[in-house]
Design a protein around this ligand. Structure first.
Ligand SMILES: Cc1cc2nc3c(=O)[nH]c(=O)nc-3n(C[C@H](O)[C@H](O)[C@H](O)COP(=O)(O)OP(=O)(O)OC[C@H]3O[C@@H](n4cnc5c(N)ncnc54)[C@H](O)[C@@H]3O)c2cc1C
Length: 428
């Protein structure tokens, strides 16, 4: 039987190992290497590393929809994707000390008042909660140890020799027959180094760009009551364009400046403490554009065009930029119209965003001119290695399987599901 090495004891790595041993694969033939610590020794401030990875101290929201949390159905189809996500959720409940306390929120119908302008993405979310996650982690770890799985903690993988099937951790090497590579966001630079070194081909990516929209919360309250982090969307499939509201913040909601590659763009966050309540709502209006040949350069160029005096721009028909949670003005140069957005994105694409706002004015009738936009908001998507969709193995190295955030996931359920998919294929 093959020796399987898993790099990364994150959500993905752990779900892969569990699927394998649950189906009789000898634990002694599975080695999991992680630069973090086991769940008994991992500290809360070790946010990204150790048993269950970035998922270990997260909020534990397990989303259940193939359009949320990264790519899954692209590889295995819708039906299989849902079944794989079920398995991940079952694993979290199985090791939970009180599984009956996992709560599920499941809005079921799109409200009529947003139609015909918008769709609302409806999806169930299971909420585990941070404190229970560490208990789950301990139970889960004990089970894998009992099954014989070998763990190497506080061991950083520094290189991988794909040609000679060797994991390199500083001075030590570790041979594998099959490799599952699940290093998550904390290993993103390492994954990129490997991609460069082995000239791994990657998937074409889309552009993800738009604005951060801000308005007093009461205009949107009717929708917030249905879905706190509402996901309004519009699709123009024939044009390869879709738009969605992204990452909604309410109650004590602040716009935040992000600095990437030396330019300013915008995001938002919400504070829990009542003392910060400002009764504002902010969310991204993010446009996904497919078919642009160099999406990274295109986005960088558009972001640059929206910079004035070293910061981003703000437009509102009636308002001024808000303050940050620390009471400072959000850094942005106010402009008189949306023309800079049209210049940066081009007429066709900027028009989609203007129309999105116009249609929100119809759907939320009190909104009127009581809003502002911070320009731009951008997501630079990291390259996604090209894999065989049957088993997520690199097209150049069929015994190396990429999973989780290191591949194309952006959340717990999808990361775990990708890994189970790989394990199922190895079991075959
Ligand atoms: C604060 C926070 C909150 C989050 N909340 C949610 C949420 O509520 N719901 C949701 O769906 N998603 C959430 N996420 C995202 C989610 O945690 C990740 O999508 C998920 O954990 C990815 O799983 P993964 O296995 O791919 O990577 P990870 O879980 O990040 O695991 C990767 C592991 O690889 C190890 N590693 C990396 N590089 C190396 C190396 N070179 N050598 C050895 N080991 C290495 C790391 O130590 C880590 O343990 C949150 C993330 C964060 C940071």
């Amino acid at each position: 039987m093959d020796k399987i090495v898993i790099v990364g004891a994150g959500v993905a790595g752990i779900n892969a190992a569990t699927k394998l041993v649950d189906n009789g694969y000898p634990g002694e033939l599975i080695t999991i290497i992680d630069m973090g610590k086991d769940p008994y020794n991992r500290k809360p401030e070790e946010v990204m590393t150790g048993f269950l990875g970035a998922g270990g101290w997260s909020d534990g929201k397990l989303t259940y929809h193939t359009a949320i949390g990264g790519q899954l159905s692209k590889y295995c189809g819708e039906e299989k994707a849902m079944e794989l996500m079920d398995q991940v959720i079952t694993n979290f409940k199985r090791f939970h000390p009180k599984p009956e306390e996992v709560q599920c929120s499941n809005p079921e119908t799109e409200p009529d008042f947003i139609k015909p302008y918008f769709g609302l993405r409806l999806f169930p979310v299971w909420h585990v909660g941070t404190d229970y996650l560490s208990e789950i982690a301990k139970n889960w770890y004990d089970y894998l140890v009992e099954k014989g799985v070998q763990f190497e903690w506080e061991t950083k993988v520094t290189d991988i020799d794909f040609d000679n099937q060797m994991i390199i951790c500083g001075e030590f090497g570790n041979k594998y027959d099959e490799l599952i590579f699940g290093v998550g966001k904390s290993g993103i630079d390492f994954a990129q180094e490997l991609a460069n070194k082995y000239e791994l081909p990657d998937e074409p990516k889309s552009v993800q760009i738009g604005v951060r929209f801000e308005a007093p919360q009461h205009h949107f309250q009717k929708l917030i009551d249905i879905s706190y982090d509402f996901k309004l969307y519009k699709k123009f499939e024939d044009k390869g364009v879709s738009l969605r509201s992204f990452c909604t913040n309410n109650n004590a909601a602040y716009v935040a400046v992000e600095e990437t590659y030396g330019d300013h763009s915008y995001n938002g966050h919400a504070k829990k403490d009542e003392a910060y309540r400002n009764n504002m709502t902010n969310f991204g209006i993010l446009m996904e554009i497919n078919g642009i040949s160099n999406p990274f350069e295109w986005s960088r160029e558009a972001v640059k065009k929206l910079q004035v005096n070293g910061t981003g721009t703000y437009y509102s028909p009636s308002r001024k930029p808000s303050t940050t949670s620390e009471g400072n003005e959000v850094s942005a140069v106010q402009v008189d119209n949306m023309e800079p957005l049209f210049e940066a994105l081009g007429e066709e694409y900027a028009q989609y965003i203007e129309d999105f706002i116009t249609e929100m004015q119809i759907v939320f009738p009190t909104l009127g001119d009581d809003w502002g936009i911070y320009m731009p908001e951008v997501k630079y998507l990291s390259p996604e290695p090209l894999v065989d969709y049957e088993n997520l193995s690199l097209t150049k190295y069929p015994n190396v399987h990429f999973v989780g955030d290191a591949l194309s996931a952006r959340g717990i359920t999808v990361s775990g599901a990708q890994a189970i998919y790989v394990a199922e294929n190895l079991l075959k």
